[in-house]
Write a protein that binds this ligand. Structure first.
Ligand SMILES: Cc1cc2nc3c(=O)[nH]c(=O)nc-3n(C[C@H](O)[C@H](O)[C@H](O)COP(=O)(O)O)c2cc1C
Length: 199
């Protein structure tokens, strides 16, 4: 598959089959992340592979929030809504928890900004696209309780969490989100050739 095909094929999956992701596929996904560029090649990303019932139960715990009308479109796919909760876990058999080590990042000399979040985000993107090329579904998760995750996963103090990828085979009755997947702004609204738009 060429890159454009993979880019367009990837859609967010929020309903997974229970078929486990094969170890060889997990290795390939991690390897794709390993080859990501990072600032000064410092590779501050730290990835936790979560695929045992115990680990996934922890994910379920730090992704559970009170019901919120704002997320009603997502909540449709969430398994705990009858209990007045939105559980953003979606039943994925594999979760990659993406963090970076704050002590291992490049710091921009002028702004003092750390490259950690950018580096880890690039790694996550590589892994997500590799998953798509292996016919796996995935969803990028930003909305989780970071402090609860730190506690339950016993993360080292120097790690800053960035996101998670839920990965697995899409459920037989999975359907892409009709309002979001496949909808993109035209390039004219987001890309500007040689001149920034005037306000
Ligand atoms: C930075 C980022 C954060 C996201 N956070 C969440 C999230 O917390 N929960 C969720 O269900 N989807 C999340 N998504 C998925 C987006 O909603 C989804 O990518 C977007 O609606 C476009 O749909 P598509 O991926 O099918 O093209 C996130 C995506 C990105 C890139």
């Amino acid at each position: 598959m060429d890159f454009m095909e993979i880019s367009k094929k990837r859609v967010t999956v929020r309903k997974f089959s229970q078929k486990p992701v094969e170890d060889e596929k997990i290795e390939k996904i991690l390897e794709a992340g390993r080859w990501s560029p990072t600032a000064v090649n410092l590779q501050p990303q730290r990835i936790m592979v979560l695929n045992t019932p115990e680990s996934l139960d922890k994910v379920r715990q730090f992704c559970s929030f009170g019901y919120d009308q704002k997320y009603v479109d997502l909540a449709k796919e969430c398994d705990d809504k009858e209990k007045g909760k939105v559980n953003f876990y979606y039943g994925a058999p594999l979760v990659l928890f993406v963090a970076y080590d704050k002590d291992e990042c490049w710091t921009h000399p002028q702004s003092g900004k750390s490259s950690g979040a950018t580096d880890a985000t690039i790694v996550a993107t590589h892994m997500m696209l590799e998953a798509a090329s292996l016919d796996l579904g995935s969803v990028w998760i930003s909305y989780f309780d970071e402090e609860k995750a730190r506690e339950l996963l016993e993360l080292p103090e120097s790690w800053q969490s960035v996101c998670m990828l839920y990965i697995g085979y899409p459920a037989d009755d999975f359907e892409p989100n009709a309002k979001m997947s496949g909808h993109r702004k035209p390039l004219t609204e987001t890309c500007f050739w040689n001149e920034a738009p005037k306000n």
